[in-house]
Design a protein around this ligand. Structure first.
Ligand code: FES
Ligand SMILES: [Fe+2]
Length: 405
């Protein structure tokens, strides 16, 4: 059965936007959603405090776009081939990603239709999923195959109790899912990104490292921090001074733009005195187009995917809310598929450098969270040249929450 047919038969959670908005109890929030209007970044103010602190906002975000837009869930190399799977969760929604018997990529809610246990845990290879609670059994296409002690249940139809499928697509090695019953095609959300960045040939890079960072910060503050470079010479002063990161010495040359569903920041690489770039040939991806050799990029793609990419490394972000005030950030490290790039020395150099940059942000952001929780903060303006990405992110979020998109 085609996935679209299956999804259309699923009794999806009720997601009537108007009904959800009408049920909001918080008067401040209800009024903000009702009266919000798009405004130029040269005049707009950022979110009021409650957008970063309210449990009601967090639950709305889960209902109205984390479960309705294309979200990043993981890398294809987390699947080892046919009959393999991995589990994850985004915004506390458990998901199961599968490569089935034919190697077809599938994704399901990782929830047993019997009594809601996860049908799979961790990752691995298997021919069947056996629920760890009462041992209902499912094949890798999500069909219910075994139900112990159900012989006497009247008119039991296994096909009514298959796993709940969700849409799944990949862009290069990056896997995205959409849990909506009907959704915009993934290509429409990606827009120009493949044309801009498929030259990296990210499928050929090797995923060598992954780490989960946790911060007592609302997820939006983390995304916003990653969608502007206003803070970089201040927060990352110490890393800038190392002369190792691509964006040092060129702050005024950095180009920031926000379009469609993404923010894009491009930084020309510093050159040595002979006019050559600083990368060692054995550490970079062969065959990169000149444009990608000359600058590094930060992409922040609505709502939870981002990267920092340059010729020798791509760090992929999953920004995953755990509550209204706590966020998991998974960093996955990709390097070119060469022995030198994957050598322990090179990996240690890259990981140490960028971990330090991450730590500089992670030291500051919980303090910003305390700030937005303070009665002393209302809402601030945006730097017109440096914070267009934050403005676009907030616009996208409000378009979704208020039902204008
Ligand atoms: S919850 Fe899965 S078999 Fe009961
Ligand atoms: Fe930063």
């Amino acid at each position: 059965m085609a996935i679209a047919d299956r999804i259309s038969k699923i009794n999806h959670p009720k997601s009537d936007h108007v009904g959800i908005l009408e049920s909001i109890q918080d008067a401040n929030l209800a009024n903000y959603l009702k009266t919000w209007q798009p405004m130029s970044y040269k005049r707009a103010k950022s979110f009021p405090s409650f957008m970063y602190t309210s449990e009601a906002v967090y639950q709305l975000e889960r209902q109205l776009f984390f479960s309705k837009t294309w979200i990043y869930v993981g890398h294809l190399s987390q699947l080892s081939g046919t009959n393999s799977y991995f589990t994850t969760s985004i915004a506390e929604i458990p998901l199961l990603i599968v490569s089935d018997r034919q190697g077809v990529l599938r994704a399901f809610h990782n929830v047993c239709p019997h009594r809601a246990a996860p049908v799979a845990i961790g990752s691995g290879e298997c021919n069947r999923f056996i629920c760890p609670y009462h041992a209902w059994t499912f094949d890798l296409e999500g069909n219910l195959r075994g139900t112990p002690n159900f012989e006497d249940y009247e008119d039991f139809n296994p096909a009514d109790h298959n796993l709940t499928a969700v849409y799944v697509e990949s862009w290069g090695p990056f896997i995205f899912v959409n849990m909506a019953a009907e959704c915009e095609p993934f290509e429409a959300q990606l827009h120009e990104l493949p044309a801009l960045f498929d030259g990296y040939q990210a499928s050929e890079w090797k995923r060598v490292h992954s780490v989960d960072y946790y911060t007592d910060t609302n997820w939006k503050l983390y995304v916003e921090n990653n969608a502007e470079n206003y803070h970089e010479p201040v927060v990352h002063k110490s890393s800038y001074s190392t002369n190792e990161v691509s964006w040092n010495n060129s702050y005024d040359l950095i180009r920031c733009e926000a379009r469609h569903y993404y923010y894009l920041q491009q930084t020309p690489h510093p050159k040595d005195s002979d006019g050559n770039n600083r990368f060692k040939p054995e550490l970079i991806q062969a065959g990169l187009p000149e444009r990608l050799m000359e600058s590094s990029s930060i992409v922040s793609f609505w709502p939870n995917f981002a990267w920092i990419a340059c010729p020798e490394s791509i760090i992929v972000y999953t920004i995953d809310p755990q509550s209204a005030s706590r966020t998991r950030i998974r960093w996955e490290w990709l390097v070119p598929n060469t022995a030198a790039a994957q050598s322990p020395e090179n990996l240690e150099r890259l990981i140490t450098l960028y971990d330090r940059v991450q730590q500089e942000d992670m030291d500051l952001l919980p303090l910003v969270q305390k700030g937005v929780e303070s009665p002393g903060y209302v809402a601030g303006p945006f730097s017109p040249s440096r914070e267009v990405g934050v403005h676009r992110f907030q616009e996208l979020l409000m378009e979704d929450l208020s039902g204008r998109r």
